[in-house]
Design a protein around this ligand. Sequence first.
Ligand code: AMP
Ligand code: MN
Ligand code: MN
Ligand code: MN
Length: 284
Amino acid sequence: MVLASMLNVDLHCHSHFSDGVFAPAELAVRAQAQGVDVWALTDHDEIGGIPEARKSASEVGLKFIAGVEISITWANKTVHIVGLNIDENSTELRQGLASIKSGRSERGQEMAAELAKVGIHGAYEGAVKYADHPASLSRTHFARYIVELGLHDTVGEVFRHYLAEGKPGFVPHPWGTLANAVKWIHAAGGRAVVAHPGRYDFNQLALNAMLDEFCSLGGEGIEVVTGSHTPDQYQEFAKVAQHYGLLASRGSDFHGPEESNYDLGSLPPLPAGLKTIWHDWHSA
Ligand code: AMP
Ligand code: MN
Ligand code: MN
Ligand code: MN
């Protein structure tokens, strides 16, 4: 049986293996309680949470898709490429992700040094406290520490003041390449999906050039309905998906109840008329 189009499909979220607040097993239980039928875990550059997620999903009767969200640099900006339906045991994927993640700790030290210059001390140690898996140290963990200091109330505000590009704690970092991300996802038997395309600070020309390159590399999909898009952007990127012949994806990008705008499974469905990334996935 092919998965029906009316299913509640959520193909993007994070566990504490990257910068989410919950364990994979807790996310599986939450996804099921939220009415999700098909669920993917997509930690940043990290696949360590997949076995736990798969086991818990099976226990609660949830169809599980193994995923990952790969950080790349394109035209000097960070872009995220989601890989879906991957084999997490692929050596090529594992080695590729290890090469991307290896710089996170050093970047964290540099971020802490920059934050110290604006009066925020001990940020490295403070951020690591929030990182259950220190190899995945992320700006989000720094944001949680700065909230703890009482400088701002929310992680979002901390990003606006300290961690977004151009702000004092932002340290430019070279991630992977678009070509390698797509190659590793394909080597692992998965499909590559451009994450939250509306979030990048590209003009139309640059976004088109990125999508052209993504398509020429054999990339398959694009997120249309995501926690990062406005309802207008659902329509805008539905047209983009059709224009490029890309398969449409849907994902909350849930990190935690206090930090994310949308809980697992709570977004509207994809606009009608799109071919979905899950159209030919078979139910378990
Ligand atoms: P990193 O991979 O360490 O650069 O961290 C990227 C993560 O930071 C993203 O996956 C989001 O979870 C988070 N993030 C980025 N920008 C913002 C923002 N403006 N507000 C809240 N979280 C953000
Ligand atoms: Mn994140
Ligand atoms: Mn992302
Ligand atoms: Mn994400």
